[in-house]
Design a protein around this ligand. Structure first.
Ligand code: MN
Length: 318
């Protein structure tokens, strides 16, 4: 999707000092169009990154009224990141400047690698369900891969692990000796945990990773503390396990990764490392209509592309 914050101030991301245990970070409530409420859990002022994960939107759950078009986000650009889309309910239709058109449904993965530059749109397909519930994340590409060629991957299913009372859907990265097939560029994990029955799950964690957990549905407690909805829980590296007590309908998202160890600039839908890089990407989107444009054209989308937020000349991206 697109970063809809009205005030587009640059965000500097860097790793955090180690802290013990899990700390709660309430998400901000944001809106996408007039139908969708989004809980934006990353970035936050004091928590910019979890490993390479730099953006976390919890979308819905929302029930669309009869006749409502649903989601309609026109073409917009990205650089320097990967977008991970994962749904619990409903459908989304992705179209991009590489020519991909892909409907995603629950249990499937859309992974878009922006690299040097891509543009895409996201819509509710015509034969959509009335409900939509999902998550979309951005993973910052490490410096050595930030300018790679753009790519898009769709997986109709992802690896599953059956744990004590939960199923783990390995969306990206690795967990407990298993690796998901989607291409990522730094050591990380992204997984949905779905309860099969109420009970206690002791989940092994990679102790070199920092981690985040977010309750998407149902009820759960984290090492004995109830998890609040709309809240991201973060732990610094050093955790090798976590104990989850879950209700029968609980769904929890786990993300983690090795601390990136790089300072990033986030502005609008761009992840970069210098003022010049961000300014150039913005200029390239403004001048997008050239036939050889950096971000290509989303030819399959009927409608206007998203306008570019202002980037004041006196803003220093630091
Ligand atoms: Mn997007």
């Amino acid at each position: 999707m697109t970063n809809t914050d009205t005030e587009q101030t640059p965000v500097v991301c860097q790793g955090r000092e180690a802290e013990a245990g899990w700390r709660a970070w309430p998400a901000r409530v944001s809106r996408l169009g007039n139908a969708l409420t989004i809980e934006r859990a990353l970035p936050q002022k004091q928590l910019r990154l979890i490993g390479p994960w730099c953006f976390l939107d919890h979308i819905g759950p929302v029930m669309f009224d009869d006749g409502h078009k649903g989601v309609d986000v026109g073409p917009h650009p990205h650089i320097g990141l990967q977008t991970v889309t994962w749904l619990l309910e409903g459908e989304l239709l992705h179209k991009d400047s590489l020519g991909y058109e892909q409907v995603i449904r629950p249990g499937q993965l859309n992974l878009m690698t922006a690299g040097h530059g891509i543009s895409h749109s996201e819509e509710s397909p015509p034969d959509r369900s009335t409900r939509l519930h999902g998550v979309q994340f951005w993973i910052a590409l490490p410096a050595a891969e930030a300018n790679r060629a753009p790519a898009f991957e769709h997986y109709a299913e992802v690896p599953r692990q059956s744990l004590a009372v939960m199923d783990l859907h390995l969306v990206v990265g690795r967990h407990a000796g298993q690796a998901a097939p989607a291409r990522v560029w730094s050591p990380l994990v992204g997984a949905e945990l779905v309860a099969r029955e109420p009970g206690t799950e002791t989940l092994a964690l990679e102790s070199g990773f920092e981690h985040g957990l977010m309750l998407l549905q149902g009820e759960a407690s984290l090492d004995g503390t109830p998890m609040l909805p709309g809240t991201l829980y973060h732990a610094s590296p050093g955790c090798s396990a976590v104990r989850l007590q879950v209700s029968a309908d609980a769904r929890v998202f786990l993300l983690g990764g090795e601390p990136l160890g790089e300072e990033l600039l986030l502005w609008w839908n761009f992840v970069g490392r210098s003022t010049e890089e961000i300014r150039q990407a913005r200029t390239d989107w403004v001048e997008q209509d050239r036939p050889d444009g950096r971000f290509g054209q989303v030819a399959a989308y009927a409608g206007a592309r998203l306008p570019t937020p202002d980037l004041a000349a006196d803003i220093r991206l630091k």
